[in-house]
Write a protein that binds this ligand. Structure first.
Ligand SMILES: Cc1cc2nc3c(=O)[nH]c(=O)nc-3n(C[C@H](O)[C@H](O)[C@H](O)COP(=O)(O)O)c2cc1C
Length: 238
């Protein structure tokens, strides 16, 4: 009886520990660049991902989207009216950190992502947050101001990161260095929410502990991703 109670208490502690450091990646991406970067973050950290979907889809082309974005930004700035989104979230209680991933639109956080942050701003109170943007050329500064405005009671980590559109589909290294710099990724360690049964085993494992090969020499056949190789988490970029 007493042993069962101790085991139950230990399980409760383990569950609480696994949830306490969890990361939510909130992403809006129209043409896939920002989504590629968001997926890198998920692979490296085991974060959960929520995609922001606009209620009214944007036109296919860049030139047709520009005037709509202009009008939406104007509505936000002048009247506090945000475009409708389909995405909803019940709670962010399970997350300690929220990483916002958005394209730059007219130097700003894209309007659908602004809607999400505006709608759920209170849920971000007391959370750690940071920002990842992709853009053709514009820097992150003005978009960072949007994050500060929309989530005033969050603790912002670092200065965010801007990744150029052209680098966005090959950004695993940049992303891992940035995550490491803000303390969200440890390339030498295995996070507590990953499978703990294989850290000392030799060979190549997925991050959830599935054995891929006993031989650690030939990693060339591995797809880009994160693996546990001889007990150490490693990123394979090509
Ligand atoms: C409406 C709109 C406005 C944009 N404004 C800017 C801008 O101000 N500066 C810039 O460098 N790129 C700008 N871009 C380019 C995007 O930021 C860039 O292509 C981004 O990587 C797209 O991300 P996505 O594929 O996740 O949608 C704009 C794109 C669109 C559609």
């Amino acid at each position: 009886m007493r042993i069962a109670l101790v085991v139950m208490l230990m399980m409760a502690v383990i569950v609480a520990k696994a949830q306490s450091g969890r990361i939510l990646v909130a992403v809006y991406s129209k043409t896939g660049n920002t989504m590629a970067v968001a997926q890198n973050i998920v692979e490296l950290t085991g974060a959960d991902l929520i995609e922001i979907i606009p209620a009214v889809p944007y036109p296919e082309t860049y030139s047709e989207t520009l005037p709509i974005a202009t009008e939406e930004i104007n509505n936000i700035d002048q009247y506090g009216i945000y475009p409708e989104i389909l995405t909803t979230i019940e709670s962010m209680d399970a997350y300690e950190t929220v990483i916002v991933c958005s394209p730059i639109w007219w130097s700003r956080i894209a309007t659908s992502m602004q809607s999400f942050l505006h709608t759920y701003s209170e849920m971000t109170d007391g959370k750690q947050m940071s920002l990842v943007v992709t853009s053709g050329a514009t820097g992150i500064e003005t978009a960072w101001g949007d994050l500060q405005r929309l989530c005033p009671n969050a603790t912002l980590l670092g200065n965010g990161i801007r990744i150029s559109a052209s680098a966005s589909h090959n950004a695993m290294n940049i992303v891992s260095e940035w995550l490491e710099s803000i303390g969200l990724y440890d390339p030498t360690g295995i996070e507590e929410n990953h499978d703990q049964t294989t850290p000392n085993a030799t060979g190549v494992y997925t991050i959830d502990g599935r054995l891929l090969q006993r031989d650690d020499k030939n990693t060339e056949s591995l797809k880009p991703g994160v693996y546990i190789i001889n007990g150490k988490k490693q990123v394979i970029t090509k």
